[in-house]
Design a protein around this ligand. Sequence first.
Ligand code: FES
Length: 272
Amino acid sequence: MASGQAFMAMHWGQEYISGQGQQGQALAGVNGLTVPTFCPKSKQPELKHAAVNISAAKLPWRLLAVAWLPESEALAARESLKSLMSGFAFASCVPFGREPHEKGLVGVLFRAASAEPASRELIRRIEALLGLDGVDLMRYDDKARGQHRAMRLERTPDGLKLDGFMLTGDISAEAWIRPLLQDELPADAYGRALLSPGAKPPVATAPKGKQVCTCFDVSETAIVKTLVDCQGDTDARLSQLQGALKCGTNCGSCIPALRKLVTLHPAVAPAS
Ligand code: FES
């Protein structure tokens, strides 16, 4: 991008991003910041180019709430969260995850910022919509400084997994907490350290590795590990890999990358 230009993602209407204008009115998403002109015949909006004036928003208080929800509840939760976005100077609410998720879950991420801490009532409503209002959560509260943290853990056959959290005030812990939830990494080693502030992870965890198959969220680390046991020629090994991890069995766009990994990582000969 040339110096003197600015970039902004379009199509982020009030469905996903909103907030409150200086007069307290609800904002209409990013495209509301650009020109309202449109072609009278085709109705195509002329919002792709506009002169801009950028100034820093002074919104030091932050909120981040993220949770995996059952597919049947995620849309209703997003609709209700959307109605709360105009309670903040800035807010966005987006789904995340992969389709199909093997447990039928959809991720919902709500982010907000404002000049002053939000009311406890508003925070509680967001927590309730994301299932973060139970008694079996880990919590930390410092009302005077607007700091609040809540963690919801789930016990699975693979150990403890973080399946929902909220951070308010200082949300720099997002750097390690969000990957823990989104990549569904084991959380057994954390204990109460999950409530630690700051961007530095309190426990060293192995990153999941680069995602190769988007459809089934299969990482390069998992592929390389599985290839150790895949025997035969390239086609045979690829088919064993697909059988074990499902990678490359939906849209197929990752197959060239899978083939490359098959040739780069030979099988380990079985011990005789
Ligand atoms: S990315 Fe679609 S099958 Fe791998």
